[in-house]
Write a protein that binds this ligand. Structure first.
Ligand SMILES: Cc1cc2nc3c(=O)[nH]c(=O)nc-3n(C[C@H](O)[C@H](O)[C@H](O)COP(=O)(O)OP(=O)(O)OC[C@H]3O[C@@H](n4cnc5c(N)ncnc54)[C@H](O)[C@@H]3O)c2cc1C
Length: 151
């Protein structure tokens, strides 16, 4: 999806483009002044680079949960005093998943053979919570010969 979007954006001039992908670049720190990001520090193919950020730009941390937290802790002012009192990263939780597979014969769902024969897929997500925590039930269905609906 990203590659498609970048190809579409590339048709425009750089000034008009709204999407760029910067490969082989590891963001190491965000420079801040008065709690606003003014530059992005990055390692580009092993070379340090600092990219200025205009005051009208928004910086979105989307580097995955752990890395975004690490960047935030490294870049923004942390709670003074005891590190145990730091709030950033304190709500990280584990995600445990259990898979249950079931196979249903197509003929059981469609005894009259009226459904199209082309591959059909479906997905359902139910979010719930208990006092102990949150969970979701994720159901995927597809006509996969190997019985792996994720595939
Ligand atoms: C094994 C597995 C199975 C999963 N299955 C499901 C599922 O069935 N259904 C579901 O809904 N979710 C599933 N998830 C969760 C889902 O993949 C994530 O929630 C989702 O991908 C998070 O998207 P994101 O864009 O926040 O982060 P990511 O997809 O992790 O993207 C972060 C990007 O940031 C880049 N990056 C990291 N650090 C830096 C840095 N310092 N500088 C520059 N770039 C950096 C990374 O290379 C990566 O490309 C699964 C996750 C795993 C690991």
């Amino acid at each position: 999806m990203l590659i498609d979007a970048v190809r579409e954006a590339a048709a425009k001039s750089d000034a008009q483009r709204r999407l760029f992908v910067v490969p082989n670049t590891h963001v190491t720190r965000l420079q801040t002044i008065n709690n606003s990001v003014v530059a992005i520090e990055a390692d580009v193919n092993g070379v340090f680079r600092s990219l200025p950020v205009g005051s009208r730009c928004a910086v979105i941390l989307a580097a995955g949960t752990t890395e975004s937290t690490r960047l935030a802790l490294r870049s923004f002012p942390t709670s003074p005093g005891n590190p145990a009192n730091e709030l950033m990263g304190r709500n990280l939780i584990g995600h445990i998943r259990t898979n249950i597979f079931a196979r249903v014969l197509r003929s059981a769902l469609d005894p009259g053979g009226t459904l199209p024969n082309l591959l059909q897929t479906g997905a359902l997500l139910v979010r719930r919570s208990t006092p102990q925590g949150k969970f979701h039930v994720q159901v995927t269905a597809s006509a996969d010969v190997g019985g792996n609906s994720d595939a």
